[in-house]
Design a protein around this ligand. Structure first.
Ligand SMILES: NC(=O)c1ccc[n+]([C@@H]2O[C@H](COP(=O)([O-])OP(=O)(O)OC[C@H]3O[C@@H](n4cnc5c(N)ncnc54)[C@H](OP(=O)(O)O)[C@@H]3O)[C@@H](O)[C@H]2O)c1
Length: 229
């Protein structure tokens, strides 16, 4: 079966770094991004299918995931990668800043999963990987909303993992620390990235999680899929 892998936010960082290694591993990556021109250009460069998809827009999610299903058939996996950073004192955030982070990091992940999971459950096969963050494992000052957005996804991922594994569908969280991507710069934040994981290494880890279909990688430890049956 064709191994279609839908990646959200694949126009930069980890998402973009996934494209070539996924191809090399025999998968068919589907490059999606919120910026139509950038998404099309990158897809042409890498020779892969693409769709413009803003995960903060629930209507667009329903339309585009249906289109992908019609065009390309079932998904082998969804990688919920799209995300944005927000840093600073909570009381200084605007309501729009807060909404953008929660709509993208939290509701984007939940709505994408909600759109593709029924077909995976019907087939009794499929994988959802949520790119979370160490920001969902600890608390510190200045990241209240980013942390809230990712802690929500940590809970969502863990619950869904338990719900779906007995039905043959793997739901997993990936919890990286600092990555040398554009995320901080896009948010207007200066960050020393001299000691940080590269997007390439993060992509390799995700592909390991994807390839080992007998395992459900639960945070930093793995469990065999058969353990849930
Ligand atoms: N960088 C880190 O230190 C770090 C650490 C732990 C976890 N993470 C997580 O890793 C994931 C990937 O981040 P990254 O480090 O690779 O950052 P990045 O280089 O900024 O990439 C983020 C991607 O998400 C896209 N995106 C943002 N909002 C979107 C939306 N509403 N709809 C669709 N796409 C959207 C961006 O699109 P544009 O190209 O249009 O901006 C970009 O392609 C995020 O979930 C992030 O929270 C990052």
């Amino acid at each position: 079966m064709t191994k279609n892998i839908l990646i959200t936010g694949a126009t930069s960082g980890i998402g973009l770094a996934l494209i070539e290694p996924l191809k090399a591993a025999g998968f068919l990556p589907i490059l999606t991004g919120r910026n139509a021109g950038k998404t099309a250009d990158l897809a042409a460069h890498h020779g892969v299918k693409f769709y413009t998809l803003d995960v903060a827009d629930p209507t667009e999610i329903l339309r585009v995931t249906q289109q992908i299903s019609d065009d390309l058939g079932p998904l082998h996996a969804l990688i919920n990668n799209a995300g944005i950073w927000l840093e600073g004192d909570f009381e200084k955030y605007s309501a729009n800043d807060i909404k953008a982070v929660m709509d993208t990091n939290t509701m984007g992940t939940i709505n994408m999963t909600h759109a593709v999971l029924p077909d995976m459950l019907k087939r009794g096969n499929g994988t959802v990987i949520n790119v979370v963050s160490t920001g969902a494992l600890y608390t510190r000052k200045s990241i209240s909303i980013y942390a809230a957005s990712k802690w929500a996804i940590r809970g969502f991922t863990g619950c869904l993992e338990n719900e779906c594994a007995p039905k043959g569908v793997r739901v997993m969280g990936f919890y990286p620390g600092k990555i040398a991507s554009n995320m901080y710069e896009t948010a207007g934040v200066e960050r020393d990235l001299s000691v940080a994981m590269t997007p390439k290494t993060a992509a390799e880890m995700l592909i390991t999680m994807l390839k080992d279909e007998t395992m459900v990688w639960s945070q930093i430890s793995g469990r065999a899929l058969k353990d849930y049956v």
